[in-house]
Write a protein that binds this ligand. Structure first.
Ligand SMILES: [Zn+2]
Ligand SMILES: [Zn+2]
Length: 88
């Protein structure tokens, strides 16, 4: 049997003593050298297991971004419509 009271007190002292460990925003595991962030948040980091949007219930609207990006491209490079034939 584990001793839950001992474990929890250890956790608390670790958090208060050590510098803030970066943790995965989804599973709260400590992140080592590898950390991932996601456009859904500037602050949250994710571990290697939860870096993918579908793995952390991502709220970022990737489809919208795609569409916006498309729009942007269209605005920057509009279809070249020859204005030579002008209706008078
Ligand atoms: Zn994680
Ligand atoms: Zn995300």
């Amino acid at each position: 049997m584990n001793d839950p009271s001992k474990n929890s007190s250890e956790d608390i002292s670790q958090i208060s003593l050590k510098k803030q460990q970066k943790r995965c925003a989804f599973c709260h595991r400590k992140l080592g050298m590898i950390e991932f962030n996601c456009p859904c948040s500037d602050h949250f980091l994710f571990c290697i297991h939860h870096r993918l949007p579908e793995m952390h219930n991502c709220t970022y609207d990737f489809i919208k971004e795609k569409n916006d990006h498309k729009k942007e491209i269209l605005q920057k490079n509009p279809l070249i419509i020859s204005p030579k034939i002008s209706k008078i």
